[in-house]
Design a protein around this ligand. Structure first.
Ligand code: ADP
Length: 522
């Protein structure tokens, strides 16, 4: 009998441990352990109760009992001692409780044995087996049952570890997926195994399409800022001391066209034997950074050029006038001084523009609101320009009863000045310059049109950017820092209005701005 027991016990335990390694479904495992334990002890029913975080117990598996009866067995889960030692584990009055329960439910259960399930000396559950006949459970029975209790404890432990690992993995996945940087993970053969959301947005590659492709199929540079790219750097294995990341920066080709400037930091992940397992790459959008760099260098070259020209002229004329060996007539003196004044004014305007740009960038361009008669303002400004140019005819046309609007006089005059001076500046041939006003239900529109060099279509979207100056020979010699239209746009928009251009190269341009009408004004 004993040997038979032993053989069967070994068989059961073997089967359970196989199941333990093969699957991780805790409930099925507990069920299997319980069934084997009950059978081998020649019991009729059994229970496994697991400890809850609050210290109480929950029945997690039952055998030989109908589902409806299981909750009644809760009374057997009270007064469970904390001891995990097989000899000392004893639930007081367990047999009595079972006796009462059996009578109440009309069950033929007479004997009960309960053994502790423990992990690292801590009680995590209890395994119960019930018998319908009177034979008491022996020490030997308890020992057999103990090995099943151990198996059940291992199953619970594994499940807990598994749950913790999968939770950790889910957390990591979420961090990677929602990271503000693009994240790319490669296996040792440089195949893509992780491609997060941000990276999809940056590169326009759907993750599903990028996964399992080779790194070089997805990360395709059109221009490199750094000396090396990833493929050449790692051609002979990871080339750097293990902890040193590799940085590559440049313009990436997006799927479906277009480029994006990114900086990629590649870091290797080695296993304990020092073999390369993964390469983890952080992909950062450096477009704004590069733009800022570009603006800075454009700023320096434009400004130094724009400052140098008037300063050189002022100095040249002043030097000449100061020469002791020459005697200048009145006319020459006045002409030279006029140049000096004009160039000083130009410097002043440039400095004002730069101050405005910096105020604007700091969000500090404030408006002094007033009632403005744009038609009269236009007439006044036009008259001033007429005295400065005789090559161009300036025509103003505004409908009668042009409504008064609300705005900042000084700033709106600056808008007109910039647009009219541009119209003159970019009209090398004599021509007509028209300034007209229109009244729409919600806004008034002022249009300044010239017959000048016009603006090529591809530049039209960029002329309102700061420091943008038209390209080509047409601009050689025309002074400017590319700030005028940028300020025009900022001023008009801070009035709640808009500005736009219609133009054709070599035919002329028409710049319009609209300012909202006062509410309640028809
Ligand atoms: P700037 O005149 O100092 O270059 P702006 O910001 O005033 O700067 O203008 C930006 C660019 O827009 C100019 O360099 C020029 O190419 C183009 N532009 C502006 N106004 C006109 C115009 N009336 N006709 C043709 N091109 C113009």
């Amino acid at each position: 009998m004993l040997t038979d027991y032993r053989v069967r016990q070994r068989e059961y335990l073997l089967e359970i441990s196989r199941a333990l390694t093969a699957q991780l479904n805790l409930d099925e495992l507990l069920q299997m352990v319980l069934e084997s334990a009950t059978k081998i002890l020649a019991g009729q029913a059994g229970l496994i109760a697991l400890r809850k975080p609050d210290g109480g117990f929950d029945i997690r598996a039952s055998y030989g009992l109908s589902q409806a009866m299981v909750p009644y067995f809760d009374i057997l889960l009270t007064d469970v001692p904390d001891a995990v030692d097989l000899q000392r584990f004893h639930i007081p009055n367990l047999a009595d409780k079972l006796g009462r329960l059996a009578t109440e439910l009309g069950l033929h259960l007479k004997q009960v044995v309960a053994l502790p399930m423990s992990i690292k000396e801590k009680l995590i559950g209890v395994l119960y087996v019930f018998r319908a006949y009177g034979t008491r459970f022996t020490v030997n029975d308890r020992q057999i049952l103990a090995s099943f209790a151990d198996q059940a404890a291992i199953a619970v432990h594994n499940a807990q570890l598994y749950e913790r690992i999968s939770q950790e993995k889910r957390r990591l996945d979420a961090i990677l997926e929602y990271s503000a940087d693009g994240v790319l993970i490669l296996d040792s053969a440089h195949r893509i195994v992780v491609f997060n959301r941000t990276l999809s947005k940056l590169t326009r590659w759907p993750a599903a399409e990028a996964l399992r492709k080779q790194h070089h199929e997805v990360i395709r540079w059109t221009h490199l800022e750094t000396d090396v790219d990833f493929e050449s750097a790692v051609a002979g294995g990871w080339p750097l001391p293990s902890a040193t990341p590799l940085y590559v920066e440049g313009d990436l080709r997006r799927l479906g066209g277009g480029i994006i400037s990114v900086g990629i930091t590649y870091a290797p992940l080695f296993d304990q034997e020092g073999r390369l397992v993964n390469i983890i790459a952080d992909v950062r959008d450096v477009t704004r950074f590069r733009e800022a760099e570009e603006v800075k260098s454009v700023f320096i070259s434009v400004i130094s050029h724009e400052l140098k020209t008037p300063v050189a002229l002022i100095k040249g004329y002043a030097d000449t006038l100061m020469r002791r060996d020459a005697c200048w007539d009145q006319e020459t003196m006045r002409e030279s001084l006029a140049v000096i004044v004009e160039e000083a004014d130009r410097l002043n305007r440039l400095i004002d523009d730069l101050l405005d740009v910096s105020r604007l960038e700091a969000g500090a361009l404030s408006l002094k609101m007033d009632f403005v008669a744009l038609d009269r303002m236009v007439e006044r400004v036009a008259e001033r320009f007429r005295t400065q140019t005789n090559r161009h005819k300036i025509v103003v046309h505004f409908p009668p009863d042009f409504p008064i609007i609300e705005g900042d006089m000084g700033r709106l005059e600056q808008v007109l000045n910039n647009l009219i001076s541009n119209a003159i500046k970019y009209s090398p041939e004599p021509g007509v310059l028209k300034i007209s006003g229109r009244v729409l239900p919600r806004e008034v529109v002022v249009t300044i049109s010239d017959e000048g060099i016009g603006i090529p279509y591809k530049e039209q979207s960029r002329i309102f950017e700061r420091f943008f100056r038209g390209t080509g020979e047409r601009h050689q010699g025309t002074p400017g820092a590319g700030l005028g239209l940028y300020l025009v746009k900022a001023i008009v928009e801070s009035h709640g209005g808009r500005v736009w251009v219609e133009s054709q190269a070599d035919e002329g341009s028409a710049f319009s701005f609209a300012i909202p009408r006062k509410s309640g004004d028809n």
